[in-house]
Design a protein. Structure first.
Lengths: 320, 236
């Protein structure tokens, strides 16, 4: 039994198609990530799964209930962390948690216990009676998590959970999510590192699900190594490389990207062959970004972090 | 605060400014404009508070506590009822402050007229808050709400007999005013404030009809608001 099962789901805002025929299943206890750039449809998918957008189709099944008529029963088992803050800033952490508890039918002593439990778990006990607006961004995020998990949801949905978190907080968030073995975790992200930490990842592009699998399975779709060549005249260099080495080149934003085996040898040879036409060369193992590029033919926008690739710099210096 | 200050300023300025030229047919002799305007200005205070209480929905739904409420196992009917009762409480408190001014205006408040006026104000507040919710749930920006407020809500109030009586207006306007549900709300409030004092003009709608229309307004706007909340939970 899959806690979340989606079959042939399409969704449009008027004329704009946000999701096209999306099908996937998420297993009990896994951490599942939707990776995609802005506008890929992942937020729409999040809104549908979290029951914010009503869907009339029987396409979405959560914990055995179809989202249509079974929506009220589903809500009880969902924990939702929104990208934007959902805490009442004028109330204290405890007050926020208490109201949240009431929404889920928790009251009296059990509610008090849950609140204490949540405060302890997210190390918020000493800030429990402070107004949320006085807390730092990281603490507010922890309070959001405490709020979303107060009722012990079976499925935890998170929309871009690491937005606005510093690297340390991101790591502890990932550790927390991966430690939740009885809870199925579904998150959306445009950050490759977050996706790498998931058990399985689905890549979305322009409303279509283009790939699904473990990060390793996905990266296996890209063979060998990735070499990125920065040249002042990429159009002229590309056919030359192709002719000489037999590799296909893809030009992405002025950079030549070559998928090859034995990348270290290729780097040496290509620099030796065209010394004046190459500004810099970068060699790396395939990342999810490379998978994305391979599947969609375009770069992962607004991320622009070359730090994500395990960069082995060549003898020449990088100039960007 | 501004929800009460603005009507108060309108009342004092317009009331004193228009007092000299106020002599329409169908209003009892010797009624000053400040006095005529009094029920209307209470209604305006209710309307403003209802608007200010519901405008927060627009923002709260996109970033705020309401996001979490919308995914909780609570039906939309209950959520909207909670919002409406919250707005009603605020509006009623603001409106009640104006009742303290009744003796100054010369409105003879008896315990009965006070209670019945509060009852009408309660009903009216609930209806107006629902009306605000119906708009707020449709909007994805607070600017949009302000536009609707200036284009629709204020004219609805102006044409409710709050500002000038129905008698003597052009026939087209007369019909608009007769079809305006708020006309009956203002009339109900006016009649209750002067309960049994028999100095209210016969030109305005009868009490029973006014109460019926106001009650219906309440129920219809509540269903409207809940329906809107169900269909427009999240603006993309």
């Amino acid at each position: 039994m899959f806690p979340i099962k989606v079959e042939n789901l399409s969704y449009a805002y008027g004329a704009r198609q946000a999701l096209v025929d999306v099908t996937f299943s998420i297993s009990q206890g896994e951490v599942f990530g939707f990776l995609g750039p802005n506008g890929s449809g992942k937020t729409t998918l999040f809104k549908i799964l979290s029951t914010l957008i009503p869907v009339d189709q029987a396409a979405v099944n959560i914990l055995g209930h179809e989202l249509g008529n079974g929506v009220q029963r589903v809500r009880q088992y969902l924990g939702v962390v929104f990208q934007r803050p959902s805490l009442d800033l004028k109330l204290t952490v405890t007050e926020n948690l208490r109201h949240q508890g009431h929404l889920y039918g928790l009251q009296g002593k059990p509610l008090k216990q849950r609140i204490q439990e949540a405060l302890d778990q997210f190390e918020l006990t000493d800030r429990a009676h402070e107004g949320v607006e006085t807390l730092s961004g990281g603490l507010q995020r922890r309070a959001e998590l405490a709020k979303a998990t107060l009722h012990h949801p079976k499925v935890l949905l998170l929309d871009e959970p690491s937005t606005g978190l510093d690297p340390g907080a991101r790591r502890s968030l990932r550790a927390y999510l991966n430690g939740l073995r009885n809870t199925t975790v579904v998150l959306t992200t445009h950050i490759l590192e977050d996706a790498e930490a998931c058990d399985r990842v689905a890549i979305l592009n322009a409303g279509e699900l283009v790939a699904i699998g473990t990060p390793d399975e996905l990266k296996d779709q890209v063979s060998g190594d990735i070499v990125i060549v920065d040249s002042p005249e990429p159009e002229q260099l590309a056919p030359k490389i192709n002719q000489r080495f037999g590799y296909a080149t893809a030009s992405i934003e002025g950079l030549l990207r070559i998928e090859c085996h034995n990348g270290h040898e290729f780097v040496r040879d290509v620099v030796a062959a065209f010394p004046t036409e190459i500004q810099s060369v970068r060699l790396g193992k395939p990342t999810l970004e490379d998978v994305f590029i391979k599947l969609t033919g375009r770069r992962f926008e607004e991320n622009g972090s070359s730090q994500d690739s395990v960069g082995l710099e060549s003898s020449r210096t990088e100039t960007h | 605060m501004s929800a009460i200050a603005q009507p108060l300023i309108f009342w004092l300025l317009l009331g004193s400014g228009l007092n000299a030229s106020f002599n329409p047919p169908g209003v009892p002799e010797g009624t000053s404009y400040i006095e005529y305007f009094y029920p209307g200005i209470i209604t305006l205070a209710l309307l403003f508070t209802a608007i200010f209480a519901t405008i927060s929905v627009v923002q709260d739904r996109r970033e705020g506590f309401l996001q979490g409420v919308l995914v909780a196992p609570v039906s939309r009917w209950v959520i909207v009822l909670g919002q409406a009762l919250g707005g009603t409480t605020l509006a009623l408190l603001q409106g009640a402050l104006f009742l303290f001014l009744a003796p100054i205006v010369g409105v003879p408040l008896s315990p009965f007229s006070l209670l019945s006026a509060l009852g009408v104000m309660l009903t009216l507040s609930f209806g107006l808050t629902n009306l605000g919710l119906m708009i707020a749930w449709r909007m994805d920006s607070t600017q949009g709400f302000h536009a609707i407020m200036n284009l629709i809500l204020i004219p609805v109030w102006l044409l409710s007999g709050a500002f000038f009586p129905v008698s003597g207006v052009p026939i087209l306007l007369e019909w608009v005013m007769k079809l305006n549900p708020l006309t009956y709300g203002v009339a109900a409030l006016r009649r209750c404030l002067y309960f049994n004092a028999s100095i209210v003009s016969e030109e305005i709608p009868q009490l029973t009809l006014s109460l019926l229309v106001t009650g219906a307004f309440c129920v219809i706007t509540y269903f409207g608001a809940a329906r809107t909340a169900y269909r427009r939970p999240n603006v993309a």
